[in-house]
Design a protein around this ligand. Structure first.
Ligand code: AMP
Length: 286
C-alpha cells in the first residue's frame, strides 16, 4: 500500500524534489489538472505511471483561462477526494500552488499560440488558450518533466500545448490519452456535476451525434449534410450548439466536401448553463 502523495505548494520545493529524482536518473511525468478528479484524469495518471519512474500531478484552478463571466468561483473542488484517488494510484507528488505562487501581483507575461487557436473553442473563448498556454509553460519550466500527459477530451488544447512546447523549445514530450466516458458515452468532465438530472439524461446526445457523423463520413457523404442534421438533432434536444465541425486531426484545418484526411468531428454546446465539449476520430475509409 503506497502512502499519501507528498503535497507541496511552492516552486522551490518542487525544484528540490525534482533535482533529487533527476540525480537518481528517474524519468519524470507531469499530469496538469484543475482538480475535482475523475476517471478521465486518473487514466492520464496511469499512463504517466506506465511511462515514467515518478509522477507529478499538479492541481491548480487557473484563473487566467477563465473569462470574467465564466465559472472560476464555482468550479468544482474536492481536495480530500483528489488526494484519496491519487494515493490509490501511487502518485509520487502533488503540486498544488496558490494563485499568488503562480501569479505575483505584477505578473506581466502572456503566451499566445496562434493559428491552432483560431477556431473551435478559441473562437467562443478567446481568452482561454492564452491562459492555458501561459500556465502550462510555467508548469513545464517549473517541473521540467520528461513528458506531460494531456487528454484528447480537450483535443485542441493538446495540439496547442504540443505546438507551444515545440515553438519555445521546451524539451517536454507531450503525450495524449484517450477520452474516458461514462457508460452512456458522455465524456467525463468535472463540469458534468453542474448538469441537472434532466440535462444529464440528455447529455449523451452530444457523443452520439459526433459518433454518428464520424461513422457516416467514413462511409461516404457530404460533410455539410451530416453537420446540418447533427445540429438539428442537438437543437431539438435543447442544446445550444457553439460549434459542430469536421477538421483535420493534425493541424485543425477546417474540412468541407468529403473526408479524405485524418479527420475528427468536434462539438461544443451549452446544455442549460453547462458547456459540454466532445470529439471523435473519423474512422478510416475501408
Ligand atoms: P482539467 O482538470 O479539466 O483541466 O483536465 C485536466 C486534464 O485531464 C486535461 O488534459 C484534460 O484533457 C484531461 N481530461 C479531462 N477529462 C477527460 C476525459 N474524460 N478523458 C480523458 N482525459 C480527460
Amino acid at each position: 500500500m503506497s502512502g499519501a502523495p507528498k503535497t507541496i505548494v511552492t516552486v522551490a520545493e518542487l525544484r528540490t524534489i525534482i533535482a533529487l529524482w533527476r540525480g537518481h536518473g528517474d524519468k519524470i511525468a507531469l499530469v496538469p489538472t484543475m482538480g475535482a478528479l475523475h476517471e478521465g484524469h486518473l487514466s492520464l495518471v496511469r499512463l504517466a505511471k506506465k511511462n515514467a519512474d515518478k509522477v507529478v500531478v499538479s492541481i491548480f484552478v487557473n484563473p487566467a483561462q477563465f473569462a470574467p463571466h465564466e465559472d472560476l468561483a464555482t468550479y468544482p473542488r474536492d481536495e480530500a477526494g483528489d488526494m484519496e484517488k491519487l494515493q490509490a494510484l501511487g502518485t509520487d507528488l502533488v503540486f498544488a500552488p496558490a494563485g499568488t505562487e503562480m501569479y505575483p501581483p505584477d505578473f506581466s507575461t502572456h503566451i499566445e499560440v496562434t493559428e491552432l487557436t483560431n477556431g473551435l473553442c478559441g473562437r467562443s473563448r478567446p481568452h482561454f488558450f492564452g491562459g492555458v498556454a501561459t500556465v502550462v509553460a510555467k508548469l513545464f519550466l517549473q517541473c521540467l518533466p520528461d513528458m506531460a500527459i494531456f487528454g484528447e477530451k480537450d483535443y485542441q488544447q493538446l495540439l496547442v500545448i504540443r505546438r507551444m512546447a515545440r515553438d519555445l523549445d521546451i524539451p517536454v514530450n507531450v503525450l495524449g490519452g484517450p477520452i474516458i466516458r461514462e457508460r452512456d458515452g458522455l465524456a467525463m468532465s468535472s463540469r458534468n456535476a453542474y448538469l441537472t438530472k434532466d440535462e444529464r439524461a440528455r447529455a449523451p446526445l452530444l457523443f452520439k451525434t459526433v459518433t454518428r457523423i464520424a461513422k457516416a463520413l467514413s462511409q461516404d457523404g457530404e460533410i455539410s449534410e451530416h453537420i446540418q442534421s447533427g445540429r438539428a438533432a442537438l437543437a431539438d434536444a435543447g442544446f445550444d450548439v457553439d460549434y459542430l465541425e469536421v477538421r483535420n486531426a493534425d493541424d485543425l484545418t477546417p474540412l468541407a466536401g468529403s473526408v479524405a484526411e485524418p479527420a475528427r468531428v468536434f462539438a461544443a454546446a451549452l446544455l442549460g448553463k453547462t458547456r459540454l465539449i466532445d470529439n471523435v476520430a473519423v474512422p478510416e475509409k475501408k
